[in-house]
Ligand binder design. Structure first.
Ligand code: ATP
Length: 373
């Protein structure tokens, strides 16, 4: 794992082969004196599945709404397929949208809901019926055309909403927390179906979510946002393994977090209570520079495996069974660390509450960020 000491540009390079499709440049949005978005720039390529991920209030929905024309940006520009759409009303744009709340017409049948956007488009009734049937088959609901929304489950209603959003073959599919209202199993199944459908259709897709597992499992790239800014854009693996900022390291996945200073030689860190740890990629930092350090539970080594590395003596404070893995909490001086180990290994590792145990923090697993820059 690379350390995170070099702060990446907010925008990751896009794949050279795919043409840019949606280009967001310096988009800012204020509500009165409150700045919900600060000059955000982002390029999304044709056919990509991108997730906007971040905590509540970070600006994900505001950015999505700016792309849809529902809430135009205060400044900045947005082009889609080479066309400047910044000032266009939603009805003149080329997108389909799905909201968390399904937003189906309760008094219209499934078929009428799906065909709603096709009315008046010069289509014959027969052609509309054919297209609706095709869309319902695409989303796995071929038998439900004559039902009404209230007769469907949440997952089925969301499939109808998806079919409706895709009816006009939009260039861009916008999904605003589309799975959040569904229960866990339906949610996991539907997100996989959504992903394979998106791949099949090749439609450029943006999904707003605050669920990082969801973002990781479906996206080509994830845009991590905080307080109206983009913190990092990258593949799921990039943002998990190579976080660009302390915010991303702390927000994505689990990690222990502590402060330290650069010691001598330059690849050594020292914690406030004198623990010396080896890290990577710190050569450019000066002796005494303060840093923030993150380490993930799957990277902390305990027991015999730690013995063959530079290790410290810790004390086991808690063992939590989590199914395939167990989470062993250890104290190392004032540091509180978690180590995820295969559940069957807990006894062999000697991880009993109250027992002393060797603990190692592999240098390449430490994600280190200078705090003084
Ligand atoms: N119409 C509005 N008027 C005033 N403030 C707004 C308006 N819409 C959004 N905001 C504020 O802008 C900020 C960003 O809101 P936004 O809905 O984009 O967040 P979000 O990341 O989508 O959060 P959530 O996951 O909770 O939906 C929030 O502080 C919100 O209160």
């Amino acid at each position: 794992m690379a350390s995170g000491v070099v702060r990446a540009e907010a925008e990751a390079p896009t794949a050279p082969t795919a043409p840019p499709y949606l280009v967001i440049q310096q988009v800012a949005k204020s509500f009165g004196t409150f700045a919900a978005l600060h000059r955000v720039s982002l390029t999304i390529t044709q056919g990509e599945f991108v997730a906007f991920l971040g905590p509540s209030g970070c600006g994900k929905t505001t950015l999505l709404r700016a792309i849809a024309g529902l809430d135009p940006p205060t400044t900045g520009s947005i082009t889609q397929g080479g066309r400047d759409i910044t000032g266009l009303p939603p009805e003149m744009r080329d997108f389909g949208i799905v909201f968390q709340s399904y937003a189906l017409f309760p008094n219209l049948s499934v078929a009428q809901n799906v065909g709603y956007g096709l009315r008046g488009g010069g289509w014959t009734r027969a052609r509309v019926a054919e297209r609706v049937a095709e869309l319902l088959t695409t989303v796995g609901l071929p038998e439900q055309a004559q039902k009404y929304p209230a007769q469907l489950s949440g997952g089925q209603q969301q499939r109808v909403a998806l079919a409706r959003a895709l009816a006009n073959e939009p260039g861009l599919l916008l999904l605003d927390e589309p799975l959040s209202a569904l229960d866990a199993i339906v949610r996991i199944n539907l997100r996989q179906e959504l992903r394979s459908l998106q791949r099949r259709l090749g439609v450029t897709t943006i999904m707003v979510t605050h669920d990082q597992e969801e973002a990781m499992s479906v996206s080509d790239r994830i845009v991590v946002m905080s307080q109206g800014r983009i913190e990092q854009v990258g593949t799921p693996e990039d943002i998990y393994r190579r976080p660009a900022t302390p915010f991303v390291a702390g927000f994505v996945g689990r990690s222990a977090h502590f402060d330290a200073k650069i010691d001598t030689p330059a690849n050594m860190l020292i914690t406030p209570d004198g623990l010396r740890l080896e890290a990577r990629g710190l050569a450019h930092l000066l002796y005494g520079a303060r840093v923030e350090v993150f380490i993930r539970p799957e990277d902390v080594r305990i027991g015999p495996e730690a013995l063959v590395m530079r290790h410290h003596q810790g004390v086991v404070t808690h063992v939590e069974f989590m199914g395939a893995l167990s989470r062993v909490s250890v104290e190392l001086g004032r540091l509180r660390l978690d180590a995820d180990v295969p559940a069957g290994m807990v006894t062999a590792l000697g991880a009993f509450v109250g027992s002393a145990i060797p603990v190692a923090l592999p240098p390449e697993a430490l994600m280190v960020f200078p705090t003084d820059v």
